[in-house]
Design a protein around this ligand. Sequence first.
Ligand code: SAH
Ligand code: SF4
Length: 385
Amino acid sequence: MTALTNLLDLDPAQLIAYCGELGEKPFRAKQLQRWIHQFGAGDFESMTDLAKSLREKLATRAHIASPAIISDHTSTDGTRKWLLDVGQGNAVETVFIPEENRGTLCISTQAGCAVNCRFCSTGKQGFNRNLTVGEIIGQLWMAEFELRKTKGIAPGPKGERQITNVVMMGMGEPLLNFEPTVTALRLMLDDNAYGLSRRRVTLSTSGVVPMIDKLSKECPVALAVSLHASNDALRDGLIPLNKKYPLQELLDACKRYLDYAPRDFITFEYCMLDGVNDTDQHARELVALVKDVPCKFNLIPFNPFPESGLKRSHNPRIKAFAQILMDAGLVTTIRKTRGDDIDAACGQLAGEVQDRTRVQERMQKMAEYQKKFGENFGKIVEITQ
Ligand code: SAH
Ligand code: SF4
């Protein structure tokens, strides 16, 4: 028996082609797409405006499957976090952050990450594999309809939308899993699926310069860049990828991106690490560094984890740092730490359930993946169990 096609893997054009193979007209694909992404249908039986013969045909050849939920926790502040099984003892996480006028979903694009940033627990777990389109868009599909179910909101295009914004800030480097990420982005933007505006979808990258250019041509969405340092020497030690794409190249790519971007600024993320990158001098250096890039800063208090050997900057230090940026005319926000009681920060919970006996294997895969991209990521840190 041939494997079932997961319809979550298909972008709008592919779904039309798939329906074509079944002898169906393109408008059937649109109907099917709406059933899946706007009504949250998980089976074909419920798709009442499709002919019974088509529903039966689909049931024997296709399915609609997002990764299985391992756990589902809601924090006292409303933040909800799902841990999803992506096979072979690997898990990824998806986090929903409700705010007054919007609901933001933070999604993952890889199981693990090959970039191996010094302050990131995802990187410390090694790299397992790229997520598929279905696993990426499946996080949005699952979360939107789980949230509606909890609130008793009817599915459908007119049902009250729970997720208004998506950020690719979970596990993984989206630009090192380019094609599936872009296909998932297209579905997020498609009017017959989620219909999100480009301004409300943000991709966060550690700075894969050629892929930033590629994204600007193929699917420009709002861009966040993880800067975290005010000079190359410091950034080399925090983000090994900086040795391949140093700051000036990265900032030039940001400027080029702005010609295509849906917003007229780049968001720079800056993780506040006590005594590492958080002095007044660093702040002043940063102001000079970004002087010709229209941007906003988002200061992220470091989320500590034991193996990092790093500490979060103290709140007064973060405020003083922010003040220097603001005095220089840079719009600056300090990220609120949300969902602390459920460990809703990048990579934390998944790390706990990861099958630790396979760490060695994931480290090997990390090395292979780095090589495949031809990057000189710097020395790979050996992780002991
Ligand atoms: N790989 C992409 C997107 C995922 S990480 C990137 O690096 O941009 C999302 C954001 O979380 C990044 O800005 C990253 O630097 C930050 N981050 C990672 N680990 C963190 C930690 N322990 N504490 C605070 N921020 C962290
Ligand atoms: Fe990967 Fe981003 Fe974590 Fe760096 S911060 S290891 S790029 S997920």
